[in-house]
Design a protein around this ligand. Structure first.
Ligand code: SAH
Length: 223
């Protein structure tokens, strides 16, 4: 990828990106670190060329295999919740790598990022993009993220970008003391949940944040 492609022109230029950031602020995103990283991250490289001109609209966009790149507002909101609720945030697990956009945002804010995706071709593309961006603090795995990534845990934060009906027990188990899980839950009607482990106890405190619309968490993997 050339510098010009990363930098963006026309509908993917710095000015277009600034407008998106302005919109996120208007919607109540306040974490400056999150806003800065989102301003500096070229969202257009996470989309097929035919869609890249829409990259800085505040909307979810298709990435193939029936999956979507999350809406920027939701990416910002989830990241902000994770940063705000966790004490130390050394190690984060993402469930649902998809295009790798959310992974890229996290990797610029957290020392170690692990991300699991069930659809191999999506993971392959994401891996290539992370390589092009020079991000070296991310590890990807092709697996069913409903089981987390036990070997690398526990995690200070877990962020799921696919929605199960109920919280996967395994994800709770892989939370470090005072760890935080940000996850959409539900079927047709979904809500974003912020679940905090109470110190090193087995107690969890849940806050329901807002109505959301994610692709479902699906079991098993696809080659
Ligand atoms: N974070 C992504 C969002 C992609 S949509 C991005 O920024 O582009 C959610 C992703 O979760 C899809 O790629 C889907 O394949 C994946 N997914 C769904 N169920 C999963 C599971 N059980 N394990 C791992 N990934 C899963």
């Amino acid at each position: 990828m050339t510098d010009l492609m990363l930098q963006g022109v026309g509908m993917t230029s710095a000015r277009t990106r600034d407008r998106l950031i302005q919109r996120l602020v208007e919607q109540g995103v306040t974490n400056m670190r999150v806003l800065d990283v989102m301003r500096d991250t070229p969202r257009h490289i996470f989309l097929d060329e035919a869609l890249s001109h829409r990259a800085y609209e505040d909307t979810a966009l298709p990435i193939g295999h029936g999956q979507t790149l999350s809406q920027p507002y939701i990416v910002a909101r989830m990241t902000e919740l994770l940063l705000g609720a966790a004490g130390k945030l050394e190690k984060v697990l993402e469930v649902g790598t998809g295009s790798g956009y959310q992974t890229t945002i996290l990797a610029q804010l957290v020392p170690q990022v692990y991300s699991v995706e069930r659809i191999k071709p999506l993971q392959d593309k994401a891996r290539e993009r992370l390589r092009q961006l020079g991000l070296r603090n991310v590890q990807l795995r092709h697996a069913d993220g409903g089981f987390g990534w036990p070997d690398m845990g526990p995690y200070d934060g877990i962020l799921s970008t696919a929605a199960p009906h109920a919280v996967p027990e395994e994800l709770l188990k892989q939370l470090a003391p005072s760890g935080v899980l940000v996850i959409p839950l539900g079927g047709k009607k979904q809500h974003l949940n912020l679940i905090m482990r109470d110190g090193d106890s087995e107690k969890f405190i849940t806050r329901i944040i807002e109505a959301v619309n994610f692709v479902p968490l699906v079991t098993g993997t696809l080659r």
